[in-house]
Design a protein around this ligand. Structure first.
Ligand SMILES: NC(=O)c1ccc[n+]([C@@H]2O[C@H](COP(=O)([O-])OP(=O)(O)OC[C@H]3O[C@@H](n4cnc5c(N)ncnc54)[C@H](O)[C@@H]3O)[C@@H](O)[C@H]2O)c1
Length: 253
């Protein structure tokens, strides 16, 4: 156990990006890891402990008020006050405003947007006490429109709003709040979305990325590392991490 290290919270730690972030931060931090699915959470815990981190892993639904507060309180008892929080939990969702039913729409807002707010609320006192950092994973769908995922787009635009509000409200407290907006990342979520999309969708989205490939979860974790530990003056940054696909358009190769 290395309890003298700072403590970091990672939500969605059983998923593709959350796992990579957890493994990245395990080199320097003790970890409070949480996810709604226990099996994948335990897999991530098993990957992070050999790196040297002390880990508190606990199942929680980020969309349910109070659940993350319980995780943070329990984790801080053994690992100390959280000085970095990374909100990675999220869900995909299909549908236009015409085809989305109200349940899907609300589920997307509850998990992706309200879940980010509840994550922030669970750690803000700790981040103020430690002059820490909050990093959310939004999406290129937080800054741009894409077809057939209206609820997801609305929620991810809202995540950027939450982070900008925090940057203004809590900058004076020494808390840095930033948001990463990836394009497609090679994770279970991306695989599910592309498997449910019309033929040719994956080739199309690859063809409009100037760097010519999707991101890896480690690409995202490296940017999170920068916000957690490298950038002492970044606050309110909306970081496009999409291989250049949202800065312009070209016809593709
Ligand atoms: N993969 C991509 O292409 C991509 C692109 C842009 C943004 N993102 C965003 O990055 C984040 C991570 O996505 P990922 O690709 O790692 O997806 P993923 O599906 O691999 O992981 C998401 C994790 O969140 C957890 N989760 C879902 N609902 C939850 C809830 N209510 N409470 C707690 N945990 C919950 C899941 O169990 C899962 O482990 C998401 O917010 C996603 O919207 C992903």
């Amino acid at each position: 156990m290395t309890t003298s290290r700072p403590a970091a919270l990672v939500t969605g730690a059983g998923g593709g990006i959350g796992r990579a972030v957890a493994v990245e931060l395990a080199a320097t931090h003790n970890l409070i890891l949480t996810d709604i699915f226990e099996a994948s959470l335990r897999e991530t815990q098993a990957l992070t402990t050999p790196v040297g981190a002390a880990v508190h892993a606990q199942v929680a639904d980020i969309a349910r008020p109070g659940e993350l507060d319980r995780v943070v309180t329990a984790g801080e008892k053994t690992l100390g006050t959280v000085s970095a929080a990374v909100a990675c939990a999220g869900i995909e969702g299909a549908g236009t405003v015409e085809t989305s039913d109200i349940e899907n729409w609300q589920r997307s807002l509850n998990v992706n947007l309200t879940g980010t707010f509840l994550t922030a609320r669970a750690v803000i006192a700790s981040l103020k006490a430690t002059a820490g950092s909050f990093t959310a994973i939004a999406s290129d769908a937080g800054t741009n429109g894409f077809e057939d995922c209206a609820g997801y787009i609305a929620a991810k635009h809202g995540v950027i709003g939450v982070v900008r509000a925090m940057a203004v409200d809590h900058g004076r407290d020494g808390v840095r709040s930033n948001v990463v907006c990836p394009g497609y990342v090679e994770t279970p979520m991306a695989r599910r979305i592309l498997a449910d999309s019309p033929e040719g969708t994956e080739d199309f989205y690859r063809s409009v990325i100037p760097l010519g490939r999707f991101a890896t979860p480690q690409d995202v974790a490296a940017v999170v590392r920068h916000f957690v530990a490298g950038s002492t003056y970044a606050n309110g940054v909306v970081y496009a991490l999409d291989g250049g696909s949202t800065v312009g358009s070209y016809r593709g190769a």
